[in-house]
Write a protein that binds this ligand. Structure first.
Ligand SMILES: [Zn+2]
Length: 167
């Protein structure tokens, strides 16, 4: 079976889908399943080749992971401003406790947040990890979140651990 090119599908290739099965073939022919922290470097430096089986409803397809930058961006190994909407910088954040928060003293509370730095939040997980690094915030990455745009402003509704919101 001739593998297809994952790179040819660009961002359509589901790099992070849980049902995707990665197969790494080392220089010496050793085959291993799955990926680890070193996979990207080994594949990038030619120490291994990376493939993925994409299970379909009727048949599975074998892909060669030939665009390793796209693989790394999808997995958050290198920063991707297009995918996340977020620059790799210190965000300028304005926020307040959601005025409709019914339990403002609970451990997790709803906040309303705006970004004055021009970023948009397309990927909550990336924003949460940036805010953890920049301000020590714990933004919830499961459960609902929202985005409201009007009069040229975008306001996000997020949940965060109250005591982490120190500034
Ligand atoms: Zn920003």
């Amino acid at each position: 079976m001739e593998p297809r090119s994952a790179g040819a599908l660009g961002k359509e290739f589901p790099y992070t889908r849980k049902t995707l099965c990665y197969i790494e073939i080392a220089e010496d022919g050793t085959v291993s399943q799955g990926t680890d922290a070193g996979t990207y470097d080994r594949a990038r430096t030619g120490k291994s080749r990376l493939f993925a089986v994409w299970p379909g409803e009727w048949s599975s397809h074998l892909f060669v992971i030939d665009d390793l930058d796209e693989y790394a961006r999808a997995h958050g190994l290198i920063h991707d401003q297009d995918r996340t909407g977020l620059a790799d910088h210190e965000h300028v954040v304005r926020w307040e406790v959601d005025p409709y928060e019914a339990k403002p003293m609970a451990s997790y509370i709803s906040i309303q947040l705006e970004l004055d730095c021009g970023c948009t939040i397309e990927d909550r997980r990336t924003f949460a990890s940036q805010m953890r690094a920049q301000r020590g915030w714990d933004i919830a990455t499961s459960g609902g979140w929202g985005k409201r745009t009007g009069q040229g402003r975008t306001t996000y509704s997020l949940r965060a651990r109250r005591k982490s919101l120190t500034q």
